[in-house]
Design a protein around this ligand. Structure first.
Ligand code: TYM
Length: 384
């Protein structure tokens, strides 16, 4: 039975997430065994993300691969709302997108929605906070290793002006009732937020090729609207590949929250903080005492350290299965499992931060002013 609190929107995830229900309600497709096999080959070392159904749903991914096979190509688009430091769940999306770029040698557009995060009333961020976090988050994104010649970072408050004609064309086709139905906007919602979907749709129309959007499934509502209007504007319907959410440290329900730092590990957490968060707050599927645990064993399905290994930190299937069995049988204790995760997370963060330092000198190279694309939109605009 579905959790009564269950809800997923781009701004909220509550309750135990029912992914099959999301596929039905959002009208997306599960990744079929045939598509999964093809993706596993393409993804090489990251194939576990598909095999383990971390990426579990899509729209038109088959058409994207067909375009690729036929030499028409496609482009990638993803993004980040700079509301604070990024956590492990966020950065996973960018590592995945970078792998797709490596494999398919595509352009990648990365939208930094400083406007969205300023407008979101619940967050109460000052404008300058959004600028600070945009700068910080961009370093993390560059650190994932995107190709500077094919990657374009669009920070909305800098970029959107250049794209205004195209944004207008998008906005004119979206009515209030649709955004209300899709996003649950109410009379209290500020008009900036009501307009904002036009801006998040924009990068999917940056090239006259199919656009593939990797993200967690919370962002899909935008693509539903995009797919209603794109062809009428002379562009392709967006394709998407959706992941599950990395669960919060504190349990398998809801999502990691910036207002509750114990629920997440941030990319700027130091070693001590990582150890403390995992030891103190990570929800355990183990038994109350060592004796009971040895006798009865733990439950890896409820255990967040195990889930984090499964979803991100242990790509090796045989090592993962051994950990699962050892935990289930009681051979592996909760403290030991937490220790395995903590070492993996710390190792990952060290490497990431090393690359992040090197990213400081590269920011300008990645920022996109859209002048070239603007020429294309202007010509298009004249036709309408
Ligand atoms: P934001 O900053 O909320 O999230 C950034 C990316 O991280 C994904 N995500 C997660 N993935 C795994 N586990 C989690 N717990 C988790 N929480 C969030 C999000 O799905 C997203 O992919 N409005 C967007 C910014 C944006 C965007 C886009 C994102 C603009 N255009 C295109 C994806 C694709 C936002 O605020 O994302």
């Amino acid at each position: 039975m579905t959790d009564k609190r269950f809800v997923v929107t781009p701004w909220e995830v509550a309750g135990a997430v029912d992914y099959d229900r999301l596929i039905r309600e959002f009208g997306t497709q599960p990744i079929s065994p045939e598509l999964a096999t093809r993706l596993e080959v393409l993804l090489g070392p990251a194939s576990y993300l598909v095999r383990r159904k971390i990426f579990f749903s899509h729209r038109d991914l088959n058409l994207v691969l067909k375009d690729y096979d036929k030499g028409r190509g496609f482009f990638l688009y993803t993004g980040r709302g700079p509301s604070g430091p990024m956590h492990i769940g966020h950065i996973g999306q960018f590592y995945f997108t970078k792998l797709l770029q490596d494999e398919f040698k595509t352009n990648v557009y990365i939208q930094i929605t400083d406007d969205e995060k300023f407008l979101e009333v619940k967050r109460n961020l000052a404008y300058m906070d959004t600028q600070h976090w945009a700068d910080e988050n961009i370093l993390d994104i560059i650190a994932t290793g995107f190709d500077p010649d094919r990657t374009f970072i669009l920070q909305d408050t800098e970029f959107v002006g250049h794209a205004y004609p195209l944004i207008l064309k998008i906005a004119k086709r979206i009515n209030y009732n649709l955004t209300k139905a899709v996003f649950g906007f109410t009379g209290e919602t500020n008009v900036g937020m009501i307009f904002y979907p036009s801006i998040q749709i924009l990068p999917s129309l940056l090239e006259k090729r199919r656009c593939l959007i990797p993200s967690a499934i919370d962002q899909d509502p935008y693509w539903r609207i995009q797919r209603d209007i794109a062809e009428g504007l002379g562009y392709f319907k967006a394709a998407a590949v959706h992941s599950k959410f990395l669960p919060p440290l504190t349990g398998t329900q809801d999502k990691m929250s910036s207002s509750k730092p114990e629920t997440a590990i941030y990319l700027n957490d130091d070693d001590k903080t990582v150890r403390t968060k995992i030891n103190k707050h990570a929800f355990s599927g183990g038994q109350a005492t060592v004796e009971e645990h040895r006798r009865l064993g733990g439950n890896p399905d409820l255990d967040v350290p195990f889930q984090w290994l499964y979803m991100f930190f242990e790509p090796d299937d045989s090592k993962l299965e051994k950990t699962r069995e050892d935990y289930r049988s009681g051979r592996l204790l909760t403290g030991e499992l937490k220790q395995i995760l903590a070492e993996k997370v710390i190792g990952f963060l060290h490497e990431h931060r090393h690359r992040r330092e090197a990213a400081r000198a590269k920011v300008r190279q990645f920022k996109y002013d859209g002048i070239l694309a603007q020429k294309m939109w202007k010509t298009d605009f004249e036709k309408l």
